[in-house]
Design a protein around this ligand. Structure first.
Ligand SMILES: C[S@@+](CC[C@H](N)C(=O)[O-])C[C@H]1O[C@@H](n2cnc3c(N)ncnc32)[C@H](O)[C@@H]1O
Length: 293
């Protein structure tokens, strides 16, 4: 189905807004402030003037990250000239409403266009929603395509990623103690949906750990299953109860395949255990997808 110009424009604006591309100079100012606090560097009020020209390298880096969905890494230059790597700066500088980047938003748009064009039945789910940006985008796409029959299911603990307890997740701790940025309350997500005017009774939240909620979730059919729980445990706990609900031609998108080794292992194991021999299609440096045949 071909979108008219206004709807095409709406979808593009939605992407820019979710990625905080529209106010990128302001994001650069916050990054500069965080960088200076962490590196104990002096910041003058004038440092915030003319940011677009003076900090074009930082702005270009932010733009690249918004396209690729890569995480901003800060290297603070210390007064003695050495550099201090600050991986946890992500807790302070992750400002967009989705962390998945533009290429993965394009991939969601492509999947929804295909589902509607080929009349593939079923709802859409993301398991691991954080601030809800990818689900907000799915809902906006349905609106632009004039589909008001499908439900968006948004599943999350709303307490961040669990501490690694499975052997396959050993050493991969991104729980609340390490990355508190990953904990977002359900109220906060609903409020964000409201800001985009996209919250209605066809958006349903599934709150709790996947292992407890997904096996009994009242979902009948899925045309899109988007996995974004990072861990082996979280990927398996979503795939096992939901894979059979994905209809023929439906999409399975794995957000963390290339970036989280435990997630990649879960996909490899699940495909082997279920004799799924479909080639994975790479979306960007992080995600892959396949369609159920
Ligand atoms: C990387 S973030 C998701 C990013 C999001 N898709 C976006 O658009 O920006 C991972 C999310 O998965 C959730 N999560 C991870 N493992 C989980 C589990 N086993 N049960 C419930 N939620 C989980 C975390 O709470 C977090 O919100």
């Amino acid at each position: 189905m071909k979108l008219n110009e206004i709807n095409e424009n709406y979808i593009n604006l939605l992407k820019s807004s979710l990625l905080n591309e529209l106010y990128i100079e302001n994001e650069a100012k916050i990054v500069l402030a965080v960088h200076s606090i962490i590196g104990n560097l002096k910041l003058e009020p004038s440092s915030f003037l003319g940011v677009k020209e003076r900090e074009s390298a930082l702005i270009n880096l932010l733009k690249d990250n918004k396209s690729s969905g890569n995480t901003l890494k800060l290297n603070s230059k210390l007064p003695d000239g050495t550099f201090l790597a600050v991986p946890e700066a992500r807790n302070l500088t992750e400002l967009s409403h989705t962390m998945i980047g533009r290429k993965r938003l394009d991939n969601i748009q492509f999947a929804i266009e295909t589902i509607i064009h080929e009349d593939i039945p079923g709802d859409l789910i993301e398991t691991g929603i954080w601030r809800g940006g990818a689900c907000i985008f799915m809902k906006g796409c349905l609106l632009a395509f004039g589909d008001n029959t499908r439900t968006i299911w948004a599943a999350d603990s709303f307490q961040g990623v669990p501490e690694p307890t499975w052997e396959q997740d050993a050493g991969f701790d991104i729980s609340e103690n390490v990355l508190p940025i990953l904990t977002v309350s359900i109220e906060e997500v609903k409020e964000l949906f409201g800001r985009y005017q996209l919250l209605d009774d066809r958006v349903k939240f599934i709150e709790g750990w996947f292992r407890d909620t997904l096996p009994n979730a009242p979902i009948e059919k899925l045309s899109l299953l988007r996995l974004d729980g990072d861990l082996y445990e979280s990927t398996m706990d979503a795939l096992i109860p939901l894979y059979d609900k994905v209809v023929k031609g439906g999409f399975i998108i794995v957000d963390d395949y290339h970036s989280c080794p435990p997630c990649k292992k879960a996909i490899t194991d699940f495909m082997a255990q279920n004799n799924i021999q479909i080639p994975l299609i790479t979306v960007d440096g992080h995600a892959v997808y396949w369609r159920k045949n």
